[in-house]
Design a protein around this ligand. Structure first.
Ligand SMILES: *Cc1c(COP(=O)(O)O)cnc(C)c1O
Ligand SMILES: [Zn+2]
Length: 467
C-alpha cells in the first residue's frame, strides 16, 4: 500500500500555505486551522492532452480501477498507487435528458439533465468520496475509520470498511434524525453505530474530538482526499455531454463538500487546459438550513482571494447559538447549520460565478415528486437542486435555453417514509411526517386507490383513474 509521491496537502489559506505530506492524516492545517487541499506536482503528472482520451479506459473495464467511475479518471487524482485502491464499482451512474422535469423547471426540452448519483453502490454520491478516503486510509495504515452523518456518509463508510479486510468503522448519528433506509444500511454493513443525544452539528463536533484523541481516521468531508473522489462526478457529467461544458451545475448544499469538489475539479481542468470555460454553479440550501444562503446572499460573504471575512461567519454562528437555532428541514441530508467546507465552497462560488438560493420544504417535495414522475426519482435533499433550478428560472437567472445539469445526490428509496407520506391521502400520515415540518399540501400527490377484493370494483377503478 502506498501513496503517490506527486501528491501533497496544502493549507487553503494563502497567508499560511503550509504544505504537508500526502501520508499525514490531517483534517486541518496544524499551523492555522484552515482546511487542507490535496494538490499535485502537475508538471510530473501525465495529464491527457484532451478529456476524450479518458475513453480509452473503457477498453480495459475488466480491471477494477478502469471500471470504477472514479478511478478511471485517476490521472487527475493521483494520490495512491493502483494496488492501494479500494473500489466496489462506484460511479456507474446515469445521466438523463429529462424533458418532463425540464417543463416543471421552466427550461426548454433538450436542455435539462439529471445526473443520478443514487445509482452508486450505497445509493448516494458519497461513494465517490468514500472510495478515495478509504483508499487513502488504507495506504496510511489506518484500521478504524469514523464519521458523523445524516445517514448517507455512514452508509457509504460502512459499505467500504465492510469490504476492506482489517478495517472497521464507527458511525456517529444524531438521535432520531436519520432516514430508515440509511440507518438500515449502516447496521446491515456491520458498522458500530453510536446514536448521540444531539443533532448532526453535535455529532460532527464529537467525532472530530474522538478521532483526534483516539487516532481514528476521519472520513467526513473535512477529509481532503474524499473530495478528490467527488471531483469525478463532474468528469462524468462532461463525459455524458461529449466533453462539452454545460451552462449550469445545480447541486444541493449541506456540508458543502460536493460543491467544493466540483469547483476544485473545474479550476484544475481549466488550469490544465482541458476545458476552455467554467460552468456556473448554483448551490441550493433548504430554507431550514440556510447558512450559506444567509452568509453569501444577505451578508455579502465572499472568497476574496482566500482572505474571506471570518468575522461575518463567527457573528452568524454566535447568533445561532444565542437563539438556540437548530437546522430543520425534511431534506435530512442537508439539515446542517455549520457546513464544514464553507471556505472551500466560497472558492468554488468565486471560480464558477456561482449563486446560492434557498428553497422551502414544500417546493423540495413538489420537485421530488416531479423528478419521480419524469426522471430517475431521488431522496428529498437531492430534489433541492431541481427546486432551486426552478426558482432561478423564475428569477431569470437561468435562461430557458441554458444547458442545466441538476445533481440527484441520493436514491429515491433512501427515505421511503417521506415519499409515502407525500402521496398519502391519510391526513394523519401526512401530518405526522410532513405537517410537523410545515409542509401543507402535496401538489403532485398520487394517492393509492382503495378497492375491495372484487373484480368489478377493480375494473371500475382502472376505468376511472387509469389514464
Ligand atoms: C451528503 C448529501 C448531501 C449534501 O452534500 P454536501 O457535500 O454535504 O453539501 C446532499 N444530498 C444527499 C443525498 C447527501 O447524502
Ligand atoms: Zn495553514
Amino acid at each position: 500500500m502506498s501513496l503517490d509521491p506527486r501528491a501533497f496537502q496544502r493549507c487553503l489559506s494563502p497567508d499560511c500555505a503550509a504544505t504537508y505530506d500526502a501520508g499525514e492524516v490531517l483534517t486541518s492545517c496544524t499551523r492555522c486551522g484552515s482546511l487542507l487541499d490535496v494538490d499535485y506536482e502537475w508538471e510530473r503528472v501525465e495529464v491527457p492532452g484532451k478529456l476524450s482520451e479518458f475513453e480509452t479506459a473503457w477498453r480495459s473495464r475488466h480491471q477494477p480501477v478502469d471500471f470504477s467511475g472514479v478511478w478511471r479518471f485517476r490521472k487527475l487524482l493521483p494520490f495512491v498507487t493502483d494496488e492501494s485502491v479500494v473500489t466496489i464499482g462506484e460511479g456507474q451512474t446515469l445521466f438523463q435528458q429529462a424533458d418532463q422535469v425540464a417543463r416543471f423547471v421552466g427550461v426548454n426540452a433538450g436542455r435539462f439533465y439529471l445526473q443520478y448519483e443514487g445509482m452508486n453502490p450505497s445509493g448516494s454520491f458519497k461513494d465517490n468520496g468514500m472510495t478515495a478516503a478509504i483508499s487513502h486510509a488504507r495506504a496510511t495504515g489506518a484500521t478504524q475509520a469514523a464519521c458523523a452523518s445524516t445517514g448517507n456518509t455512514s452508509a457509504s463508510l460502512a459499505l467500504y470498511t465492510g469490504m476492506t479486510p482489517g478495517m472497521k468503522s464507527i458511525i456517529f448519528v444524531g438521535s432520531g434524525k436519520i432516514a430508515y433506509g440509511k440507518l438500515s444500511q449502516a447496521l446491515d454493513y456491520g458498522a458500530l453505530t453510536l446514536q448521540i443525544a444531539g443533532d448532526f452539528d453535535d455529532a460532527m463536533k464529537r467525532v472530530q474530538e474522538v478521532c483526534q484523541s483516539m487516532r481514528i481516521y476521519l472520513v467526513n468531508s473535512v477529509n481532503p482526499f474524499r473530495l478528490e473522489g467527488q471531483k469525478t462526478i463532474m468528469l462524468r457529467v462532461l463525459e455524458a455531454l461529449r466533453w462539452e461544458v454545460p451552462d449550469w451545475i445545480v447541486v444541493p448544499g449541506g456540508n458543502l463538500g460536493n460543491s467544493s469538489a466540483f469547483g476544485k475539479a473545474f479550476i484544475e481542468l481549466h488550469r490544465l487546459g482541458l476545458i476552455d470555460r467554467l460552468p456556473r454553479l448554483a448551490i441550493i440550501n433548504a430554507s431550514g438550513a440556510r447558512t450559506l444562503s444567509e452568509l453569501v446572499g444577505r451578508r455579502g460573504l465572499s472568497w476574496n482571494g482566500g482572505r474571506y471575512d471570518r468575522r461575518t461567519i463567527d457573528d452568524y454562528y454566535a447568533e445561532l447559538d444565542r437563539d438556540h437555532a437548530k437546522a430543520s428541514t425534511i431534506a435530512s441530508a442537508i439539515e446542517i447549520n455549520r457546513p464544514v467546507n464553507l471556505a472551500k465552497c466560497l472558492r468554488a462560488l468565486d471560480a464558477c460565478d456561482g449563486v446560492v438560493r434557498e428553497v422551502s420544504d414544500q417546493l423540495i417535495l413538489d420537485a421530488k415528486a416531479q423528478v419521480g414522475a419524469g426522471g430517475y426519482g431521488c431522496e428529498p435533499a437531492s430534489a433541492a437542486s431541481v427546486a432551486g433550478a426552478k426558482l432561478l428560472v423564475e428569477e431569470g437567472v437561468i435562461g430557458p435555453s441554458d444547458r442545466v445539469v441538476c445533481i440527484l445526490t441520493g436514491h429515491l428509496l433512501k427515505d421511503p417514509n417521506v415519499t409515502v407520506a407525500y402521496h398519502s391521502d391519510d391526513q394523519k400520515v401526512f401530518n405526522e411526517t410532513l405537517g410537523v415540518r410545515g409542509v401543507r399540501g402535496a401538489s403532485f400527490a398520487n394517492h393509492a386507490v382503495s378497492v375491495g377484493n372484487d373484480l368489478d370494483q377493480i375494473t371500475r377503478a382502472i376505468q376511472l383513474y387509469g389514464h
